[in-house]
Design a protein around this ligand. Structure first.
Ligand code: MG
Length: 197
């Protein structure tokens, strides 16, 4: 098998840094333990212009200094056993910042690709199943992990034989589970992976 991993909400903690940025610069009263309940940031933060704040955040150093949600040792151990392909849903212009962020954590992986359900207005932007189809080894079973149900649905529909995992996050708690396996965190993913391999 070979493994395809999402980055934000799975490997890197975008949310915490982004919310800290909002608190420090725009909404000082935002509680320290605030957790977003929705994917739609403009619903969460209707009092600010969220698109502008997002653009502001990705332009500063903090965006390439996101913290890990995985532990580096087990991640690199997994990458010594299987091909690990990372597919990240960011604008193409932010690719080098993402590389810098991953390098700073000394993570080993096979490839880094851009793709996802949100296309940032770029009509050539691929969904994740298109990226997987392009880079996959057809002899190997696909294992996929993402925290966005739309990406999980995309991959499972295109590759019915794949094994798809949804990383549980506050904003997908109420999502009805389809043909994927919900995991609580990185360690839970590793354990469930062991059971199927
Ligand atoms: Mg994600």
């Amino acid at each position: 098998m070979e493994i395809f991993l999402d980055i934000d909400g799975v490997i890197l903690d975008f949310e915490s840094s982004f919310i800290a940025h909002i608190r420090n610069n725009h909404i000082p009263e935002l509680p320290k333990d605030y957790l977003p309940k929705s994917w739609e940031m403009d619903e969460e933060f209707s009092q600010i212009r969220i698109k502008e704040v997002w653009d502001e955040f990705v332009s500063i150093d903090s965006f390439s200094e996101l913290k890990l949600l995985v532990d580096q040792t087990s991640f690199n151990q997994l990458s010594s056993q299987y091909a690990l392909h990372l597919i990240t849903n960011i604008p193409k212009s932010l690719f080098s910042k993402r590389v810098k962020n991953l390098k700073s954590h000394a993570l080993n992986f096979t490839s880094l690709e851009i793709g996802g359900h949100f296309n940032f207005g770029d009509e050539d932007y691929p969904v994740k199943s298109v990226v997987i189809n392009k880079i996959r080894d057809h002899r190997k079973k696909i294992v996929f992990l993402d925290d966005h149900p739309t990406n999980c649905y995309d991959v499972k529909s295109r590759f019915p034989d794949s094994i798809v995992f949804l990383m549980s996050r506050p904003h997908n708690q109420n999502q009805k589970d389809h043909h994927w396996i919900r995991v609580a965190n990185w360690m839970d993913f590793l354990e469930k992976l062991k059971e199927i391999s």
